[in-house]
Design a protein around this ligand. Structure first.
Ligand code: HEM
Length: 406
């Protein structure tokens, strides 16, 4: 049995015993959230040591903005709640995503220049070339897995380039991301060792960059200073891990979900092929409708959250995907509207932790779709039942079998 197949207790009531790795949730979480929105807008589970799940835009926004009562110290929910002296606040394990104020602003300011429009736009020709290379490899094949053969390659290629990691290590990166974000419901004694070999890989990369400095984000992190001092080694490694984890699964999932949608909605596909200028607007709707990223906070104290008795250390879900489907926040929330005019979606988060890589993500998603559609103006799912979705807090298709239509 693989680690993905270990036995999970099935969920029978998502209001009182929810689990984001349950097969029903993994396959289609939207009806679950809609049902909760109507009956119990803050669900609870004893799993993972106690976790809350608010599903309205108002509540998601309240958590994301409340850095007084919630810490980001451990943004991935697992079955292990480390003690407070493990990667303590305000720095946390992977700055800035795990950092709280006031340190968060310092850690974030350091990384923002790398993700500004200038450097991101400069990467676009390379991303386009990367997409074309993978499409070329598909040759004349008419039936293929667009997840395994296309979507999964775009973001790892970009991140390897940014961090200055060997391109040929991309399989490893996907494996790391799988360990961090998908295998979240393993027992601590099984999950712990999976993280150790990852640490060794990053340490080796740091050593290599110290010995051979070059023009990349890793070397930048090793040299940049806060108040005249270089960053602590754990800070450098933590931000490297964050860049890899935040930069790969997220965009891969968004690209895959968009292709999955287009394979089933020929009218949207035709519109994008005929009106390429619509792509940036469509990208925002793909991000709203299929927002891939959910985050977690932990309560710093016993507190009342919209009437719920939250205990110190409980997990609090920040479901940006659920907020994006809330009818109180979006007209026709449950419909994909390719030319939606007003779209203040929260796929990239809200508040101080709002995605630092959003320029890069948008560019990768747009370019990956532009290139795919230029090559395949018509396609459909070849086997809808064979589509699989990643479990955990980043959601997107993994197996995505398509047939090109003539
Ligand atoms: C479609 C793709 C992406 C989505 C939907 C997404 C979504 C998010 C969300 C929701 C957050 C907020 C986390 C929180 O509130 O705790 C976040 C934070 C972050 N993202 Fe992204 N992300 C994407 C791609 C990327 C990429 C490509 C990178 C860079 C390589 C990146 C880097 C970051 C970083 C560094 C943070 C932490 C910011 C902070 O704590 O101040 N993301 N992302």
């Amino acid at each position: 049995m693989s680690l993905d197949e270990h036995v999970r207790r099935p969920v029978t009531d998502f209001a009182t015993d929810w689990d984001h790795t349950d097969p029903a949730w993994v396959e289609d979480p939207y009806p679950i959230w809609e049902d909760l929105r109507q009956h119990c807008p803050v669900a609870h589970t004893e799993r993972y040591g106690g976790a809350w799940l608010p599903v309205t835009h108002e509540m998601v926004s309240a958590v994301a903005h409340d850095t007084q009562r919630f810490t980001s110290r451990q943004p991935v929910m697992v079955k292990f709640k480390p003690p407070e002296d493990f990667a303590p606040a305000p720095v946390g394990i992977a700055p800035p995503i795990s950092s709280d104020p006031p340190f968060h602003a310092i850690a974030r300011r350091l990384i923002l220049p790398a993700f500004a429009p200038g450097p991101v736009n400069a990467l676009e020709p390379e991303v386009r070339a990367l997409c074309r290379r993978h499409l070329d490899e598909l040759g004349d094949e008419r039936v293929f897995d667009a997840g395994a053969r296309y979507a999964q390659f775009i973001s790892p290629g970009v991140i390897a380039r940014m961090l200055g990691f060997p391109d040929e290590d991309q399989d490893r990166f996907r494996d790391f991301v799988h360990r961090v974000l998908d295998l979240v419901d393993l027992e601590p004694e099984v999950r712990g060792p999976l993280m150790e070999s990852m640490g060794e890989y990053f340490e080796a990369q740091v050593e290599d960059h110290l010995a051979h400095p070059r023009d990349d984000f890793t070397t930048y992190l090793l040299n940049v200073e806060i108040a005249g001092e270089k960053l602590a080694r754990e800070h450098v490694v933590g931000t490297m891990v964050l860049t890899l984890v935040a930069g790969i699964d997220t965009t891969w999932s968004a690209i895959g979900a968009s292709i999955w949608h287009l394979a089933q909605h020929p009218e949207d596909l035709a519109r994008l092929v005929d009106e390429p200028a619509l792509m940036p607007v469509a990208v925002e709707e793909f991000l709203r409708f299929y927002a891939p990223v959910t985050m977690f906070r932990r309560a710093k104290e016993d507190l009342d959250f919209f009437g719920c008795p939250v205990k110190k250390d409980d997990w609090m879900t920040v479901s940006f995907p659920a907020a994006n489907r809330d009818p109180a926040a979006f007209e026709d929330a449950d419909h994909f509207v390719i030319d939606r005019a007003h779209n203040r979606h929260v796929a990239f988060g809200l508040g101080i932790h709002r995605c630092a890589g959003s320029n890069l993500a948008r560019m990768e998603l747009r370019v990956a779709l532009e290139e795919f559609l230029a090559r395949y103006p018509r396609f459909e799912l070849s086997d809808p039942s064979a589509v699989t979705w990643a479990a955990g807090q980043v959601r997107g298709p993994r197996a995505l079998p398509l047939r090109v239509v003539d």
